[in-house]
Design a protein around this ligand. Structure first.
Ligand SMILES: [Zn+2]
Length: 147
């Protein structure tokens, strides 16, 4: 089977965390260690059903290798080169999404410099779209009393 990648959907923080844990452990990590790290991050016991099926999906997609360390039932999960590239691409994408979100959502009041998380007053000065936190700031700025 080719193109197993399409089977992987990273639609939860848990999955993203698992990928970043794998990424941080270049020499591989045991499943129970992933569980432990998840537990401390989430502040509660993670559900194994959220973790092991995802690990086996990643394995099927060719992103991680299972390294048998000889002990019974103990396998190390290692992110391989393909997996690393995948995770890096994923993080980059999340960065872009977050950055884009911040850029479009947060404007700064041209008069007082405060961040506008919600609402605000839009104005047009010399063909440029600018924002003020309130009508008061807009009035002050336009009347030149902001200095
Ligand atoms: Zn303001």
């Amino acid at each position: 089977m080719e193109n197993n990648e399409e089977k992987i959907t990273v639609n939860s923080i848990v999955k993203l965390e698992i990928l970043s844990i794998l990424y941080d452990h270049e020499d591989g990590i045991y499943g129970y260690e992933i569980m432990k790290i998840m537990e401390s991050k989430l502040n509660k016991k993670p559900n194994p059903a959220q973790i092991y099926p995802f690990l086996s999906d990643l394995n099927e997609a060719g992103y991680i290798d299972l390294v048998d360390v000889g002990e019974r039932d103990k396998k190390k999960y290692v992110l391989n080169e393909k997996g690393k590239r995948y995770v890096e691409g994923l993080f980059k994408r999340f960065d872009d999404i977050i950055e884009a979100g911040i850029k479009t959502k947060i404007n700064v009041c041209l008069n007082c410099g405060c961040k506008i998380y919600d609402g605000g007053v839009k104005a047009n000065i010399d063909g440029k779209e600018v924002y003020f936190c309130c009508e008061h700031c807009k009035g002050n700025y336009l009347s030149g009393t902001h200095e």
